[in-house]
Design a protein around this ligand. Sequence first.
Ligand SMILES: [Zn+2]
Length: 307
Amino acid sequence: MATVETTAGPVPADRITGTTLAHEHLAIDLRTPEDAAGTLAQEADIIDEMRDCRERFGLSLVVDLTCRGMGRDVEAVDRIARAAGIHAVVSTGYYYQKFHRPEVARLDVEALAADLVEEIETGCDGTRIRPGLLGEIGSHGETPTPAEERSLRASALAAVATGLSVATHAHLGNGGLGQFELLLSCGLAPHRISIGHQDLWRDAAQHRAIAEQGGYVAFDTFGKNSYRPDQERVTALLGFIEAGYAERALLSNDVSRDSYLRVNGGTGYSHVLDTTAATLRAAGVDQPTMELLFRRNLVRFLTGEQS
Ligand SMILES: [Zn+2]
């Protein structure tokens, strides 16, 4: 039986019976001098939201894509998951270059990969909590910078070595197809790759090219209407489903700062499970397809099962 590596240890895939969120953050610190509010730390409020998601929408599993250099706190993620009665998966790797730790400039691809493998095998940041995937591995332009390319290559090598998958951050959706092809070129199987923030990229040809080759396309910023109206996200997702790619979509909100929490007036973690799901149902998406979008695809991506 395939398992998912959670903060509480490996969980058999068939125990993940409820809904899932493919790209969130439960604890993060991306504060910079220009962005003093770039942090997510209201733990009690996050627990309340997670519990509410479980009670109202059957939330079973959340993937936290906070990696090295993003203020990762795997013990906080574990506390939140336990308090809310859900499974959480944490991640490793490097975000885009602005947030790289110094070793990315210093180490070559093989040494970076070996360091990631060690963390995957022993646990993050001095804990015994092991990553269940690599992500969100970043690049921020049409093509990755040399350092971002090393990080992407090292992630692919570490994923192949450990049997994990890689989820990316393509900045505003840009460069997603290039990330996909680079990861493939390193020997990572397409069904082990999810390309992030594709709902912020308006050209559906990129989505279809990734899906056609067997990769996952993340529609993972639902609720971030200042980046793009949700109505356009839904239209893009419906087109993707109609083109035959329902099995290749991953959905989420990417809550990444306290201001997105409901207690602060944001749309919160429940948004995609609540508002977006209702919109999709009203548009005629049937229950088997909803099951793919909100559970089955993410479990398949994490375990590496092909069907
Ligand atoms: Zn994110």
